[in-house]
Design a binder for this molecule. Structure first.
Ligand code: FE2
Length: 374
């Protein structure tokens, strides 16, 4: 994966070496139609498929790719399948945050020795293009991490999948790589999962936000960000904090029926072009009021972009000691108010947009009020 935080690369030996994110798998109610959404709206290219036509009788999976971002959309064929039960309980959501590794068996064994729960021991999948080793451990809620070792594989995705050419001509919108994936967990569980990533996967605690950093008049949350040794994999973990009304994290937990992935941040090199294209394609974003832009330059100083363009597209800006970043958040991408995307462009900044939290959470509260769930 692209070196996002080169200066944070550890010179010491990484006890849990990860090359980056391999793929993110969503369990969905209708993978065929979801695949259209990601192709038409987000400009992904369909690259591989498995299903009854390829000999996998119980499910269908569509592999979509853009830049280094790879999504899999999976649905089951029968109601008593574990995938169907997952969708019934959680709605469409993220099942697997897969990590690209050089030695899946070794990392799996290390994780288990350090206390991880096994979901699937290492297995080697083979076809005419070589072999892929996969192994999975449990994370928060029903979310998994699958370690994927693909150094001896040259096919489109992995054995069991067939390369496909979609009849749809998609236009990439400039999505480059996964910047971070955020999890929501129950009150009191944030530290448990931060500890899990530290103890089991050798991650380091990067940043802590308490409820004073992230609160509005009505709601609050707490967040800690952990990062792996080379800085390519970053997982913020949120838990709700007490406020006057129901926080967005509680709303998520109620509708997802437990902990899970809240948002996936995808990096672009040109957020104005990317967001302009996404909006044209019908992607909906959170609304930020015009007065946000009256104060933003006073807060962040000089930036390369035209303020008017950012205002037109509702893009947010924040600065830290190392530079600035531009970001924007979609509305939830399914009917339940659960998973959403962030589009982010980093111009030196390595932080997460703390200066935007208040404006952002007020925007989310307006949406909660519209849904009657605040
Ligand atoms: Fe984020």
């Amino acid at each position: 994966m692209e070196a996002l935080t080169k200066s944070s690369v550890d010179t010491g030996k990484d006890s849990f070496p990860l090359n980056g994110t391999d793929y993110i798998e969503f369990y969905v109610g209708n993978a065929k139609q979801s695949a259209f959404y990601y192709q038409y709206c987000f400009g992904f290219k369909l690259v591989a498929y498995c299903g009854p036509e390829t000999g996998t009788m119980d499910r269908a999976s569509y592999v979509l790719q853009q830049g280094k971002v790879r999504f899999i959309l999976t649905t089951a064929m029968q109601p008593d399948h574990a995938i169907s039960k997952h969708v019934l309980k959680h709605g469409d959501g993220v099942k697997v945050l897969a990590l690209w590794v050089d030695d899946a068996k070794e990392l799996y064994n290390t994780a288990i020795e350090r206390g991880a729960t096994s979901i699937e021991p290492p297995k080697t999948l083979k076809d005419e293009h070589g072999e892929v080793v996969v192994a999975s451990i449990a994370s928060y809620g029903e979310t998994l991490h699958t370690f994927v070792e693909r150094k001896n594989y040259s096919g489109a995705f992995m054995p069991g999948y067939k390369a496909v050419d979609s009849p749809i001509q998609t236009k990439p919108v400039g999505l480059q790589y996964i910047d971070h994936c955020v999890g929501n967990v129950e009150l009191g569980e944030m530290n448990t999962w931060v500890q899990f990533y530290q103890d089991v996967m050798g991650f380091k605690l990067l940043i802590t936000f308490d409820d004073k950093d992230i609160s509005t008049k009505y709601t609050a949350l707490m967040s800690k960000v952990v990062s792996n040794g080379n800085g390519y994999v970053k997982f913020p973990i949120n838990e709700p904090a007490k406020g006057l009304k129901r926080s967005q994290i509680e709303e998520y937990l109620d509708f997802y029926n437990g902990p899970g992935v809240q948002h996936i941040a995808i990096a672009t090199n040109n957020i104005i072009e990317t967001v302009g294209q996404l909006r044209e394609n019908g992607v909906e974003f959170l609304f930020v009021p015009d007065n946000y832009y009256d104060e933003v330059l006073g807060r962040v100083g000089d930036i390369d972009e035209e303020l008017e363009e950012l205002k037109k597209l509702n893009i947010l800006v924040d600065r830290d000691e190392e530079g600035y970043l531009l970001q924007i958040f979609t509305r939830p991408i399914q009917d339940r108010p659960t998973v959403f995307f962030e589009i982010i462009q980093r111009k030196g900044a390595k932080s997460f947009g703390k200066g935007n939290f208040k404006a952002l959470f007020e925007a989310i509260e307006r949406e909660q009020a519209r849904r009657g769930t605040l």
